[in-house]
Design a protein around this ligand. Sequence first.
Ligand SMILES: *Cc1c(COP(=O)(O)O)cnc(C)c1O
Length: 371
Amino acid sequence: MTLTHLPSSEFSIETSTRPSSDGDREKILFKPGFGKYFTDHMVAIDWTLDKGWNAPRIIPYGPLMLDPASLVLHYAQAIFEGLKAYQHADGSIWAFRPELNAARFAKSAERLGLPELPKELFLQSIQQLVGIDAKWLSQIPETSLYLRPFMIADESFLGVRGAEKVAFYVIASPAGPYFENGVSSIPIWVSAHHTRAAKGGTGYAKCAGNYAGSLAPLQEARKNGCAQVLFLDAQHGQFLEELGGMNIFIVYKDGSLATPALSDSILAGVTRQSIIEIAKADGRRVDERQISLEEVRTGLANGDVTELFACGTAAVLFPISILKSHSFIDSIPNAEAAKVSLSLRQKLTDIQYGRVKMSSNWLHKLTSAHH
Ligand SMILES: *Cc1c(COP(=O)(O)O)cnc(C)c1O
C-alpha cells in the first residue's frame, strides 16, 4: 500500500493494491447496468462530537467494519445523496449542480440529527474520488459515474439519541443508460393504502428510512405489473406527491407543465428544479401547486392532460404510460411519443454531457481533459 499526503489538499490517499485490470473494467463499462459495480476507491471521513470532521481520506473500496450495536443498524440514522459525473467529448469530467446536492445533504443531516458536512468538504470528496477513479468513466453514450455520498451513525450505543460519532463515505458506481433500447414509457401504481411521508415527517430529507417504507408498496406495484409507485398525500389521500425516488410532472395540451409544490413531505429533486428552469427558459409555463389525482384523471379523460413524466438523477426522465390502482386503469395515449417530456429530457442531457454550452454555471469541473 502506498500512503501519500497531497500537500494541496487535506485528503490522505491510500491507493488500492488490487485495482481492477483494464480488461475487467472495460468489460464492466461496456454494460454497467446500475448500482452493480463499484470503482477501486472510496472517500471516508469521520466525525465525533469532540473533534468534528477529521482526517478526510481516500481508501481502497471495501467492506466497512461496523460494531453490531452501531446506532444506524437499529434506528436508521442515515442519509444519502445521488449525483452523476459525466465525461464530455474532450475527456474532461463534470458534475451537474453538485452544490445543490451538498445543500440538500446538509438539510437532510439537520432533520436526522446528524452533523452538517461543510459544503466544501462534500465537493472536495467528489472531486478527489473522481480524480483517482477517472478511468471508470467512458465515452459510451448515456453512461456516467453515479456518485453515492452517505452518512451513517456508527457509534456503538443502543440508547436512543443522536449519535456522537458518525462517518461519511462516498462510493462510485458506473451507470449505463437506464433504458437499454432507448427511453420507454413506464406503468405506475397509485398506492391506495400506503403513504410515503407525512406533514412534519422526514419526506423532504433524503434518508434511508423513507426508502425502507417505500419497498412494500413497490412490491405491490410489481405484483400489479407496474415499475414504480406514485404516492398521494398522507392527510387527504387525494393529492399527488411523488414516486418513491422521483418527482412527477403533468404536461397539458397547450405545452404548459405542472408539478406538485414542494412541502415537507416532498423531496426537492435537482432534476425537478432543472426541468422547471429549462422549461421556463423554453417559454413554457410551469405551475408548482397542489394537484389532485381526480384532476389528472379528468384531464386525461378529456384530453387536457397529454403527458405525465417522472424524473430523478438515476433514470433522468421517463414518460408514464399507465396510471393503475386497485380501482382504475388510465392509459396515457401516445405515451411512447411523449413529445414534450422527451424534448425536455434531451435538453437536460445535452447540458449534462456538454453537447450544448450553457451560460449558467450548472456544470462543475471535476477533472480536465488529460488525467
Ligand atoms: C433523490 C430523490 C428524488 C430525485 O432527486 P434528484 O436530485 O432529481 O435525483 C426524488 N424523490 C425522492 C424521494 C428522492 O429520494
